[in-house]
Design a binder for this molecule. Sequence first.
Ligand code: NAP
Length: 535
Amino acid sequence: MISHMNMALRSPMLLSRYSHLLSAKLQIQMHLSTSPLTRKMSTDARSIASQLSNSGLLKTQGLIGEKWSDAYDGKTIQVINPATGDSIADVACMGGRETNDAISSAYDAFRSWSKITAAERSKYLRKWYDLLMAHKEELAQLITLEQGKPLKESLGEVSYGAGFIEFASEEAKRIYGDIIPAPLSDRRLFVLKQPVGVVGAITPWNFPLAMITRKVGPALACGCTAVIKPSEITPLTALAAAELAIQAGIPAGVLNVVMGNAPDIGDAFLASPQVRKITFTGSTAVGKKLMAGSAETVKKVSLELGGNAPCIVFDDADLDIAVKGTLAAKFRNSGQTCICANRIIVQEGIYEKFANALLDAVQNMKVGDGFSDGVVQGPLINEAAVKKVESLIHDATSKGAKVIIGGKRHSLGLTFYEPTIVSDVHNDMRISREEAFGPVAPLLRFKTEEDAIRIANDTNAGLGSYVFTNSIQRSWRVAEALEYGLVGVNEAGISTEVAPFGGFKQSGLGREGSKYGMDEYLEIKYVCLGNMNKE
Ligand code: NAP
């Protein structure tokens, strides 16, 4: 029957003949549509689903211990391709009961996983990294399919995301303790670093792979086990990555995946005394709830929350570098990253020249289906995202800001939005106070360096920030003054697995990536040996 279904996936005729089997078993829905764009996309979607199905990477069930599992009440949820509105698959819609079982599996697996040597854990992770990279194309296609970003960006996400697993596999062998000079001659003092225990990891839709790997890479390397809850909007990439973890030989229960009813799953994590750590990436509102809910069982918490990144362009900046950097910092992933430039703060002497150069560059941006050649901006994730952008632009223009390009939905329809620049923006407009999470670049004007720093720091967020200047002295001064966890000077591509990523203020707690990211999954144990002078 499975081979019939695989054949059906390859042939539209057989697809319709076996469609009842597909929905019952694989739960993959393929819809044919009529517009040229959606027709092309549906063909791509079908062939991609077919390839993934054949390679075993298209999973629609959660992973609990060694078993791929449906929701216990049989509920499913549709995964939608935002570029076409088509349904890609129906996945299990799980809740508290499945999560409790996944936590138990992780708890049982912790006993053995935490005891094997660091070198063994390192080998498993290395194998997982190798498999992620071997399946780079398929994973990237899956990301574009369910998230909408251009394929080139998805390929970049796979390399970036897999990099956290590679780095963790190397770092696993370097989790050193300390020997402390003792204050008394008959004592010997030392410090051990030990895994925290079971980790509950909750991730958003904007980086369906990388937000997971930068949590579970270090967690597993340290000897922790994990239950992952990907966004219900983009679960397919997470499930494919979990399948590759199994193929890498990572033992059952070390990695579990549940998805569906987010509050129920979150509550199960919070209520369980077996979950010792919550690691979350997402909105500040949900992060605060998880932090408050963790108090009952005093869990460790890492939070990667929303940003409000300033991008400061000084009069002495190199115009080309500043424009290229701003484009990348603003429009990557259709503006849907936590470190996307949210306020472009430009010094008055270069303001007009910069605005014109940015306008030229934005005019040339091609919007469309992420699988089409030359597309640099895909759709927004859903209708709510478009509405948020619309309301921010409406608020800004009603208070005197001017749209100089874009400012409306794209003629492609659905959730496509035109790349937009808004000038004459002030820091008290909603567009400057809230994360737009869309392709809209608000331009603010400033006079002095002090003004720029004051405007940039006038927010509750403190994640990414960017500075463009040719002065080394100014770079250093401004970088020190910015209340942000990350500062890119003359550079927008600052995220990497080897550097710490995380926020000041309400942008979060803790760091991901680098040696600092490992500490988030470790307890420090102090051991004192006494009476050491005894013969
Ligand atoms: P979100 O609504 O907070 O969702 C993030 C995750 O939390 C999803 O898996 C979501 O599940 C889950 N969730 C929602 N309500 C929950 C609850 N009551 N209990 C437990 N889990 C719950 O955020 P988003 O809109 O998906 O993501 C965008 C936000 O993430 C932006 O603010 C962005 O800045 C931030 N972000 C931050 C970083 C960083 O490193 N600092 C990186 C990327 C994104 P469902 O999706 O299944 O509902």
